[in-house]
Design a protein. Sequence first.
Length: 148
Amino acid sequence: MATLEERITQFNKNLALVNLRVKKLNAEFDDEKLNVSPETQKVYIDKNAYYQILQDNFVRVFQEYKLKIAHKENENDVFVSIEVVFLLDFQTGGPIDDEIFEIFAQSTVLIDSWPYFREIVQNSLLRMGLAPVIIPPIQFTPPPTNKK
């Protein structure tokens, strides 16, 4: 049986992002809380990803992001929420499994989808008539490499 490193190398061979689109977008704010001081607000971001094998060497990734602007001392006191699900279709060089996906989701998928998430948040806030927020660059842990 091939090692994880060999399987990832095969998977990444000819890897290509074929399509990226929005599957779901929900943005809302609580009109009664719009005058809350920015000093009392905090941005919370959650993310989740899962995949579907469409055919050999073709995988669809569902990348979910949930952003909320809430009271910094009470995460459940939400002022603004934005939820988006992106579909990312990839051509791959080999099969995917849960072990490979865990690494793939924490690296390539985030690198490909995070800029679109940042843009959709800023655009949504502006279209709601709200001030934009600073969304930091993506932070991820690259997969470990075996040094010999």
